[in-house]
Structure formats: structure tokens, C-alpha cells
Write a protein that binds this ligand. Structure first.
Ligand code: SF4
Ligand code: SF4
Length: 424
């Protein structure tokens, strides 16, 4: 029998912009979770809704001490209050206790119009909550909220159930036109960088697409992905798949891609994410003008949240500490494809590829070893959802928003010697 998590009816991957006109037809917005801690979701969600001109009619909370009181100008009710609202209610979960809330809501008999806070927190402008919490803290909270629900919804799957992945990184090259000392993908350590082998990469992508049911975001990166000359064919393959929701191509805007690459980017599924490294992104304005001319979708932003996460350092962390580090890591819900192996994150992929850390075969899936889509589906499912941490985490300083910050994109002229962190 197919095992399905209790939380399947909670909508996580929704567009708040599409929901907004529906809410404005007179729906009653209720927030489930009235946590009063300084960094609670309730404290971010209320100003977020108000910034769109929406006043939630109530909080709902299981805590008897909170019920009947006002919090942030909104009355806190018992969960049974939801029953009285009928089909007009839209419930947003301002809490990470998804499983217990889902059970309560199910008991009440309501399983429609239940949403996480992911969509609204992604849509809202940071000014809305700037007095409550910093942008970085909100991003950290948002990431935890989204990935926790993704994981819960995917738990307990067997080979017959759906396999939905949040994101896959496809690293098409180790080459980059910049050499950032703190590149968290570890490009600064490559002395003889090379591109992905075309046939192998396309075969790998086909295999992955045949094994999964959905991938929300396929992220094309390097190094600098526009250096990879087979990019148009790869993008074509991925965009043809109905299983992929969107494709993001990351660039440092040092050069404008060739006409055939521009042609392949003209697809509504694709968005180019330009990082503006000031004078280092020497062709950024030209790139933007070209993208506008060709109607290529892009976003353009300054580097954000660079943390001290690019050094390979052996730590003494064990079991629970490593699990906590993995839980808080901002790439813990990503898979990373590099040279025929599917890893959990770019650090693990490149640290292994650079032979900088001890070999641990449980840190990747070798795509040449799996035979059928069913075998691969099972292997990915176990790997994606079943590991408490990666072996590579023992050599990583961590990637969460509390890591010490570093100045983005400081350059090195020569590749950096990779530290020796183990005795072979
Ligand atoms: S631009 Fe810098 S951070 Fe980006 S891939 Fe290249 S070296 Fe890494
Ligand atoms: S090695 Fe672990 S902590 Fe470091 S980036 Fe990868 S998953 Fe995150």
C-alpha cells in the first residue's frame, strides 16, 4: 500500500501572487500558530499579510494559555474555531509543527485551502518586516519552514509513490571566469578545471528525469555555466521534460553568451540569475540589454549572505552535532550532479572530486551503477530523504545564515592549494 504523509494536503509550492486575488474576494485568512518568541513565524506573517492589505481574522493555536488573548492585534482562537468558518477560510501555517497541526485540521474535517507560509514569505518585500527581523533571519526561517515541510511530505515513500525533489544542481563545468577566494562551490581550488563530459552528462540527466516525478528547480551552474559549450542542447532536454517546473542558470556576467546560447535561453521556464559583482561583472549591463532585447527572463542582484563556508577543515563534530549542522544547512534540500555522481551538495561534490576529503561512497549515488528507473528512484529517495548528514559535513564549516560573514568575491590570481585534511 502506498504510504502517504499526513501533511500532503498542505500546499507548499504555491504562488502567492495567484492566490492574492482569490483572498481578496472576501476569504477569511487564519494563521495557525501564534508563537510569541521574538523570531516566531507569527511575527513575520502578520506584517507580511498586512503589507498586501490583508487583515487575518484570527490566530488559531493549540496552546490553551494563548487562546482567548490578543497577539499582534489579532485574537487567538482554539482550533475548533476553524469549523465555524466553512469553506471561506484559508489557513496559513505560521509554525513548523506541521504534523501535529495537520492531524488536528484533519480531525476538524478541513483539508482544503491549507497553506504553508512559504508563498507569502517569498513574495513579500523585506520592508514589510524590517522592524521585526532582519532579512537574513527571515530567509533562514523561510528556508527551514519550506524544506521541513518538503521533507515531511516526502517521507515514508516507497517505490510506487511519487518522488518530488526541491532542487538539483547540475554543475556543467569546473571553469570560471572569476576566482573567488570564498567560492562555496570550491572552484578556487581547481588547478586543471574541466567541463562536464557531454555524453555522460546528458545520459545522467535523462536517467534522473526518468526516475523522479517532479523537480521544482533545476539549477545550472559551474563555475561559469556559459563556458560550457553544450549548454543549448542540455537546456533543450531539460525544458522538454514536463517534470521540471523551472530552470535557473547562474552567471557572474563577465561575458555575454553566444547567439545560439541566447536562443536556447528564450524559454519561459528558464530564468538567468545574474550576480552583480560590480566591476568584476564587466559585461553585466550589456548582458541585461541583450536579455531584454531577446526577451530572456533574468533577475539581477548583488551577492548575498556570503559566509565562511569554502574552507575544507576537519572538525571534531560527531552524530547529533553533524545532524544539526545538516538540518540548518541552506543546501540540505538540493542534490548536486557532477561527473556521473549525484551528491547532496556542491561542497560534497567538489571536495570529493578534488580528492580533498576521504572517500565515502555513501556520500553519492553513482549513476552508472543503477540499472532501472525504479532502482534509481528508490536510491534517490533513500539518499535525498534518508541521510541525517553527509560524510562531507565533517570537513565543512557549515552553510547556514549564522556562519561568520565574508566579503563576497575577493579574488585570487592563482588557484588556492587545497588543504590536506586527512592522511591517505
Ligand atoms: S563567480 Fe566566484 S563564486 Fe561564482 S562560481 Fe565563479 S568563483 Fe565561484
Ligand atoms: S557538507 Fe554538509 S554542511 Fe556543508 S554544505 Fe554540504 S550539506 Fe551543508
Amino acid at each position: 500500500m502506498m504510504k502517504v504523509s499526513d501533511c500532503q494536503f498542505i500546499q507548499n509550492d504555491y504562488s502567492f501572487q495567484e492566490l492574492l486575488p482569490i483572498i481578496k474576494t472576501g476569504k477569511k485568512v487564519v494563521l495557525y500558530g501564534a508563537g510569541t518568541a521574538p523570531s516566531s513565524y507569527a511575527r513575520i506573517a502578520i506584517p507580511a499579510f498586512r503589507s498586501f492589505g490583508i487583515e487575518p481574522i484570527a490566530f488559531v493555536d493549540d496552546d490553551l494559555d494563548r487562546q482567548g488573548k490578543e497577539f499582534l492585534g489579532v485574537k487567538v482562537q482554539a482550533p475548533s474555531y476553524i469549523e465555524s468558518l466553512g469553506s471561506d477560510a484559508m489557513i496559513f501555517l505560521s509554525s513548523n509543527y506541521f504534523e501535529s497541526i495537520a492531524r488536528t485540521i484533519k480531525t476538524i474535517g478541513k483539508t482544503e485551502n491549507i497553506f504553508s507560509c512559504t508563498g507569502i514569505l517569498r513574495s513579500v518585500h523585506e520592508d514589510a518586516y524590517s522592524e521585526v527581523m532582519s532579512f537574513e533571519e527571515v530567509q533562514r526561517r523561510l528556508h527551514t519552514h519550506t524544506s521541513k515541510l518538503n521533507r515531511i511530505q516526502a517521507m515514508g515513500r516507497d517505490e510506487n509513490s511519487t518522488l518530488i525533489l526541491n532542487a538539483i544542481d547540475i554543475q556543467v563545468t569546473e571553469r570560471c571566469t572569476m576566482k573567488c577566494i570564498d567560492c562555496s562551490n570550491l572552484m578556487q581550488y581547481y588547478k586543471k578545471p574541466k567541463d562536464a563530459e557531454q555524453e555522460l552528462l546528458e545520459d545522467n540527466v535523462e536517467k534522473i528525469l526518468s526516475a523522479v516525478d517532479k523537480i521544482y528547480d533545476v539549477r545550472i551552474l559551474g563555475g561559469e555555466p556559459f563556458l560550457y559549450k553544450h549548454l543549448p542542447k542540455l537546456l533543450g532536454m531539460i525544458c522538454e521534460s514536463k517534470k521540471v517546473s523551472r530552470v535557473t542558470v547562474y552567471t557572474n556576467a563577465t561575458f555575454v553568451p553566444k547567439p545560439e546560447v541566447l536562443e536556447s535561453l528564450k524559454n519561459n521556464m528558464i530564468e538567468v540569475e545574474i550576480t552583480d559583482y560590480d566591476e568584476l561583472s564587466r559585461n553585466r549591463l550589456k548582458m541585461i540589454a541583450t536579455f531584454k532585447e531577446h526577451k530572456i527572463r533574468y533577475i539581477d542582484h548583488k551577492p548575498q549572505n556570503w559566509t565562511d563556508s569554502a574552507r575544507v577543515v576537519k572538525s571534531e563534530k560527531k552524530g547529533r552535532e553533524l545532524a544539526l549542522m545538516f538540518e540548518r544547512c541552506c543546501v540540505n534540500d538540493v542534490l548536486s550532479l557532477l561527473h556521473g555522481r549525484l551528491y547532496h551538495c556542491p561542497f560534497s561534490a567538489n571536495a570529493h572530486n578534488l580528492q580533498a576529503i576521504p572517500v565515502d561512497k555513501t556520500d553519492w549515488i553513482d549513476l552508472s551503477e543503477t540499472k532501472s528507473p525504479v532502482d534509481l528512484r528508490l536510491a534517490i529517495s533513500k539518499f535525498y530523504f534518508g541521510k541525517a548528514f553527509q560524510s562531507a559535513c565533517k570537513f565543512c564549516l557549515g552553510r547556514d545564515f549564522e556562519q561568520p560573514k565574508v566579503i563576497p568575491a575577493l579574488q585570487t590570481k592563482k588557484p588556492i592549494d587545497i588543504p590536506i585534511v586527512f592522511t591517505a
